[in-house]
Design a protein around this ligand. Sequence first.
Ligand code: 3HC
Length: 311
Amino acid sequence: EMSPQEQAFQDRVDKGEKIEPKDWMPEGYRKTLVRQIGQHAHSEIVGQLPEGNWITRAPTLERKAILLAKVQDEAGHGLYLYSAAETLGVSRDELLDKLHSGKMKYSSIFNYPTLNWADIGAVGWLVDGAAIMNQVPLQRTSYGPYSRAMIRICKEESFHQRQGYAIMMKMAQGTPDQKNMAQDALNRFWFPSLMMFGPSDKDSVHSAQSMAWKIKINTNDELRQKFVNETVPQAKYLGLTVPDEKLEWNEEKQGYDFSEPDWSEFFEVIKGNGPCNRERMDARVKAWEDGEWFRDGLNAYADKAADRRKA
Ligand code: 3HC
């Protein structure tokens, strides 16, 4: 049963009003936003690791410059999202502490290794493609700061997806060895990309409430279906085969029927037992510890500047 205050809040959300930081909001709404925005930000930061691994190994200077720009964009996306989370009264240090201690998640996809250059194409094409599917609707989310961060982020995501697809085109239309690498990358990244959208709707614990609050605009399965419908023709154009023998166009539903990902693998990965979870967390904790002297210096400088202003 909703209190009059909660009912008034729900009416605002139903009318499509934006909720701003100083507005009254149910505690559950705030907690859900901190969880989702915080984990979204963590995803952007951890997501730099698989690609960062290939900046020094890019095949040409142009490819290195493009990948560098993309990874730099992801860092910026993380900062926008941490700033949006801070408007909810949670500090960046607190969020990062929860990430490093395994109390907060980041997208499952970043726990898979990038073994060769074709993987960098598959990541841009599939992972950023999936992220676009998920982030475009989030521009209409009810919380103002999150919606505005999404609008800014979405402007950069299409470049991320296109540069990855360009790598896949180059390799799929290259030598037989290059085409085999592109096919192998698609084989390894296809189902983990489907997992990015979250568990199937029947297993999604947060969807119903998140959709009522317009923190989630579409269900996990809706976005997964949309991703498959748009991506399969792109794979066909590359002359590559989607690694799912059940994939078939369903005229009646105007979409593809496809195999579910291996959900036991998904839940293992988000529990911390994926191929690269340990390596990713160690890298983030090391970066945090190595940066301590720098943060201390910035804070000491800020304190002195504040003292000078007060004096
Ligand atoms: N990876 C890790 N955890 C996941 C997950 C995934 N792919 N999908 C679901 N989960 C977790 C949820 O966080 C939740 O656990 P929690 O209670 O500890 O947070 C649990 O599984 C149940 O899933 P639900 O579907 O009930 O949870 P949500 O309603 O939160 O839906 C979501 C999950 C669709 C990922 C939603 O949180 C969301 O839309 N988040 C914002 C988008 C986002 O985080 N995208 C990351 C993609 S990578 C990226 O954006 C970087 C890009 O630049 C490449």
